[in-house]
Design a protein around this ligand. Structure first.
Ligand SMILES: NC(=O)c1ccc[n+]([C@@H]2O[C@H](COP(=O)([O-])OP(=O)(O)OC[C@H]3O[C@@H](n4cnc5c(N)ncnc54)[C@H](OP(=O)(O)O)[C@@H]3O)[C@@H](O)[C@H]2O)c1
Length: 283
């Protein structure tokens, strides 16, 4: 894969699937921007990728994606420095044990897993529109099906009925809905958007989750995919010529699959967009 002269942005690029995605982009010769919240972890990952690929064109932008000010500042840095963007991978994510609100007063899982990608993508939109053949990739999960059972636009932040899995599931459903709506809104230009399930991957994802989820990950880790395998569908969506006619679709193992039916409900995805714009101060 030749990504020479391409600018690829990956959020949560210091660990797990995001790090392997950034590594592949770097190996392909891309200039890579890693958006990460922890400087030390980000620098260690960057050095590891440089040692492995020999590509020094890797920039770290620090941002806690739970904080909208940080998302705005990351987007501003990118917009000031780069005219065109080729690939944006909204990968960062978490499972939060307790219901917690961010500094912006938003339930944390929704803030990091859905509203940060929504805000970042919108703030980068001008740069994305300047480029030809841009791909936006939103890393979702089959757990969105749990979210589909409890999804309620009037209870998006789960002030009622909170559980870690409900919040994670709703946020991952929002990733698919956002992708669907993004593809519709981008249909007059060359931007395409995809969502995906990476498989069950042995990563740090359960770090902030409750003991039961942590136990599941700990016991299951030997049977889970490696992060390298977990990154394969993301990389496929970023590079394959075959997928450009499937903008807006949800993928698993490099194939289009059907998500929960509600994910493609135009009325709901459009109303989610409006609500997300309100929650991020874009409207
Ligand atoms: N692992 C799986 O089985 C699985 C299955 C389906 C979907 N996914 C999705 O895959 C994506 C990547 O997860 P992973 O499994 O690779 O887990 P991971 O190893 O924990 O990676 C998650 C990344 O997101 C970053 N992150 C979390 N909260 C952040 C914040 N507030 N600001 C900035 N960055 C933040 C983490 O940074 P820190 O290192 O600083 O915490 C880390 O770099 C997620 O969207 C997840 O939902 C994973």
């Amino acid at each position: 894969m030749d990504l020479t002269n391409k600018l690829c942005i990956v959020t949560g690029a210091n660990s797990g699937i995001g790090k392997e995605t950034a590594r592949s982009f770097a190996a392909g010769g891309a200039y890579v921007i890693m958006i990460c919240r922890n400087e030390e972890r980000a620098k260690t990952a960057r050095q590891d990728i440089i040692d492995d690929t020999g590509n020094t064109g890797i920039k770290i932008i620090l941002a806690d994606l739970a904080v909208q000010h940080d998302v705005r500042s990351a987007a501003q840095q990118i917009n000031q420095e780069f005219d065109e963007i080729d690939v944006l991978v909204n990968n960062a994510g978490l499972i939060a044990n307790e219901r917690e609100e961010t500094i912006d007063g938003i339930e944390k899982t929704l803030a990091v897993n859905h509203l940060a990608p929504f805000l970042l993508t919108n703030l980068l939109w001008d740069g994305l529109e300047q480029s030809q053949g841009v791909r936006i990739i939103n890393v979702s999960s089959e757990m969105h099906k749990i979210g589909a059972k409890v999804f309620d636009l009037n209870n998006l932040q789960l002030t009622d009925n909170y559980s870690a899995m409900n919040a994670y599931g709703v946020s991952k459903l929002c990733n698919i809905m956002f992708t669907h709506e993004l593809a519709k809104r981008a249909k007059n230009n060359t931007i395409t958007a995809y969502s995906l399930h990476p498989g069950v991957v042995g990563t740090q994802l359960a770090e902030e989750a409750g003991w039961l989820t942590k136990l599941f990950y700990w016991v299951g880790k030997p049977f889970m995919r490696s992060p390298k395998l977990g990154a394969e569908t993301t990389i496929y969506l970023a590079t394959s010529e075959e997928v450009t006619s499937a903008s807006g679709q949800y993928f698993k193992d490099k194939e289009v699959v059907k998500p929960a039916a509600i994910a493609y409900n135009d009325d709901i995805t459009s109303r989610l967009w409006e609500k997300s714009a309100q929650l991020t101060g874009l409207s």
